[in-house]
Design a protein around this ligand. Structure first.
Ligand code: NAD
Ligand code: TYD
Length: 349
């Protein structure tokens, strides 16, 4: 199978590419990534052996999903000098601006990449008769839950941040291409991921790396906001199942069945690293902050046989160890333009 993966140099996309190339010897993956602040070639270091000759089965193209002519050339086979130029059978769209706090600071780029970029990919999928288009979406499109209940695939969309609104907008576009043009699309909506190579602006890697530096751990509001955590490898396995067995026009929720408050997550990190709770610093809350996410994944379990394999405490142990073993990876990020970002977001908080 020949697959176009977009956003493959980010956290989830790079873990997915690694998972797929390990599992399927004969698959070919083209990775189209703009390399924004969140895209990092080091996330796939072993495949980027040189800029010219890449690992068999893998090709990287630096570019923007909003660039219709580039996407068209890739699908026509004329932009790739990779292992073979046969037809791309599937597009898996991970490319996005993905951080809620950044969407509050500057929403415009979220709508451009997440919505218009999706439209470019859908048009290209339609033109080139791609057999499967997967939109990697998020449970955040459903908005926020009270103390009880779960998001199902039929929960109405009620996004609360510019990020989640842009993802919801993209989901509606994807749905419309199925209804109007019979484009063979599938939408996945996963809850919060954790694992290796996550950019240290997100809760878990931010707290691990700050704790390792004995810096304060900024907790928004009362810290009792709840997320449903999924290890990124479980997310990869779910997308693999959807790629091969999902039904056109369907939405599949993916959740870890693992709700934790932010303070519980942070305390797990502090305990493992043997750092004091005094590092915790309560700071002003995020505007529009969703109180609770919890996903009902019974549909993907029933129809595709997927269940998460990682138990949270075990997955966290492995993840924290990865950050301990890969200091160079995150120190390089945290010493770069990230310093200005951190000052802006947390300086006066
Ligand atoms: P990320 O921010 O780590 O990576 C995004 C990648 O997309 C980067 O490599 C970036 O360079 C690339 N990109 C951004 N704009 C682009 C453009 N215009 N053209 C081409 N490439 C572009 O994000 P992530 O956490 O890996 O998330 C991947 C996808 O999964 C996103 O669509 C996100 O909405 C979704 N998702 C994330 C989570 C999570 O917990 N992180 C949960 C559910 C769904
Ligand atoms: P985040 O990793 O940004 O994911 P999302 O908002 O998309 O779920 O945040 C996860 C939770 O952690 C969310 O409730 C906000 C909270 N949070 C903090 O308390 N402090 C922080 O510095 C960050 C980045 C997040």
């Amino acid at each position: 199978m020949r697959i176009l993966v977009t956003g493959g140099c980010g956290f989830i996309g790079s873990n997915f590419i690694r998972y797929m190339l390990k599992k399927y010897d004969d698959y070919r993956i083209i990775n189209l990534d703009k390399l924004t602040y969140a895209g990092n070639l080091e996330n796939l270091k072993e495949f980027h052996q040189t800029t010219e000759i890449e690992a068999a089965g893998y090709q990287f193209i630096r570019g923007d999903i909003c660039d219709a002519s580039l996407v068209d050339r890739i699908l026509a086979g004329s932009a790739s000098h990779g292992p073979d130029s046969s037809q791309v059978e599937a597009i898996i769209n991970f490319a996005a601006e993905s951080h809620v706090d950044r969407s509050i600071e500057g929403p415009a780029v979220f709508f451009k990449t997440n919505i218009l970029g999706t439209q470019v990919l859908l048009d290209a999928a339609r033109k080139h008769n791609v057999k499967r288009y997967i939109q990697v979406s998020t449970d955040e499109v459903y908005g926020s839950l009270g103390k009880k209940g779960y998001f199902t695939e039929t929960t109405p969309l009620a996004p609360n941040s510019p990020y989640s609104a842009s993802k919801a907008g993209a989901d509606l576009l994807v749905r419309s291409y199925y209804q109007t043009f019979c484009t063979p699309v599938v939408i996945t909506r996963c809850s919060n991921n954790y694992g290796p190579y996550q950019f240290p602006e997100k809760l878990i890697p931010l707290m691990i790396t700050n704790a390792l530096a004995d810096s304060s751990l900024p907790v928004y509001g009362d810290g009792l906001y709840t997320r449903d955590w999924v290890h990124t490898e479980d997310h990869s396995r779910a997308i693999d199942a959807v790629l091969h067995q999902g039904k056109d026009g369907q939405v599949y929720n993916i959740g870890g069945n693992c709700e934790r408050t932010n303070l519980e997550v942070i305390n797990t990190i502090l305990e493992y690293l043997d750092k004091p709770e005094t590092l915790i610093k309560f700071v002003s809350d995020r505007p529009g902050h969703d109180r609770r996410y919890a996903v009902d994944s019974s549909k993907i379990t029933r129809e595709l046989g997927w269940v998460p394999r990682y138990e949270f405490e075990e997955g966290m142990k492995i993840t924290i160890k990865w950050y301990l073993d890969n200091k160079e990876w995150w120190e390089k990020i945290k010493n770069g333009e990230y310093l200005a970002y951190y000052k802006k977001m947390y300086g006066n908080r």
